[in-house]
Design a protein around this ligand. Structure first.
Ligand code: FAD
Length: 352
């Protein structure tokens, strides 16, 4: 099988790009080699454009990504026969003190609703919110693991996708060289290599994506009903009774280790937000590398000087939120379909 498009990286972004390309009629070679520290399975799955704000023209893209999630998850889950839990109960942003509460209360409007401590207790008695909270009523959370499993299954089933389990070492015009030395011809190349996106040799320009480590804990109980930020972290209750506690932000290069300090920090977050979690034993302690750019916006679109090279990387703290919409716009653009979103804020040329 010859292939129209070579996708480099099979995390959530690469899988969404591959799936969307196939829907547009492309034949795809998906080249992915597992790297310690790959982010998508470790991400919390917060769909939180109201909290993880970018502002500016990109903010509309984040909100559109959130609003497209219910249909996306329903379509993928039905096609794969896998239930993908999606929490649409909004996200609480819990105030840390009186000053913080006054500021948040003054800023609450539209979908962001101010809740007194009594309101929070009535809404979600598992949280301690002595100064109140803002409820971002349209945000939510997805469990990324079943979503990844569903996409893996659909991609594996597709006769239009060839999978190659190798690292891409380098790119030259019209081809990529694998770690084995084998060369693959690329009609179009889409770079979705997460935190490693800037490390592929021979890209048309430097891509300033760097790894930012995040450690998380999983606790085997869920005393809360909806996701919340506060105390320097966040909690995401899962539908099956686990709680995700996130996450550190650490500049340690490509080191995906966990540390005792990271675990202690996250235990503090959990206990402050939901006191019932204080002495619960840790089921999972893991870390992964977020792909972060200098302005925290992803790189999405063609290379300005080499239009056969496309970028879909650098999604930072919002990669799970943005992956499905990234896949859609990249596939539509490569297929020559109309793209209904302004991709200019995400152009690689902004770093020139
Ligand atoms: C602790 C933590 C919590 C997070 N929480 C959230 C959240 O709540 N909401 C949210 O939206 N986002 C969240 N994120 C961010 C999100 O997880 C990432 O932005 C997203 O998963 C990035 O997906 P990706 O496909 O670009 O990268 P990855 O998932 O890292 O996948 C990249 C893939 O490319 C492969 N690869 C790398 N180099 C090569 C190469 N040269 N050749 C072949 N294959 C290669 C890797 O092995 C990997 O399989 C979180 C991240 C962390 C670490």
């Amino acid at each position: 099988m010859t292939s129209d498009v070579v996708v480099v990286g099979g995390g959530l972004v690469g899988l969404c790009v591959t799936h969307a390309l196939v829907r547009c009629g492309a034949r795809v070679t998906l080249v992915d080699a597992p790297r310690p520290g790959a982010a998508s399975r470790i991400g919390a799955g917060m769909l939180a454009p109201s909290v993880e704000r970018t502002g500016g023209a990109a903010q509309g893209f984040l909100q559109a990504a959130r609003d497209a999630y219910p249909d996306f998850v329903a379509t993928i889950g039905d096609a794969a026969g896998i239930a993908i839990p999606l929490d649409r109960g909004g996200i609480l942003e819990i105030a840390g003190d009186e000053t913080d509460a006054a500021r948040r209360r003054a800023g609450a409007s539209g979908d962001a609703i101010w809740c007194t401590p009594d309101d929070v207790r009535a809404m979600d008695p598992g949280y301690a919110a002595p100064f109140g909270a803002v409820w971002h009523s349209r945000d939510g959370a997805v469990d990324p693991v079943p979503l990844l499993e569903a996409l893996e299954l659909l991609v594996a089933r597709s006769s239009s996708v060839r999978r190659v389990t190798e690292l891409v070492a380098a790119r030259t015009p019209g081809e990529v060289r694998l770690g084995t030395g084998e060369r693959l011809a690329t009609g179009v190349l889409v770079l979705c290599a997460g935190a490693w996106s800037g490390t592929v040799v021979g890209l048309p320009r430097p891509i300033p994506v760097r790894p930012v480590r995040g450690q998380m804990l999983e606790l085997p109980v869920a005393p809360t009903r909806r996701a919340a930020y506060g105390a320097g972290g966040y909690l995401v209750p899962r539908a099956d009774g686990r709680t995700y506690v996130g996450a550190t932000m650490e500049e340690v290069g490509f080191d995906p280790s966990t540390t005792p300090d990271g675990a202690a920090y996250l235990r503090g977050v959990a206990a402050a937000l939901a006191p019932a979690l204080r002495d619960v034993p840790v089921a999972v302690h893991a870390a992964a590398l977020r792909p972060l750019t200098p302005d925290h916006l992803p790189v999405i679109g063609p290379d300005p000087d080499a239009p056969d090279v496309w970028y879909a990387c650098g999604h930072g703290r919002n990669g799970i939120l943005l992956a499905p919409l990234t896949g859609e716009v990249v596939a539509d653009a490569i297929a020559g379909h109309e793209v209904r979103h302004d991709l200019r804020p995400f152009s690689a040329s902004r770093f020139d």
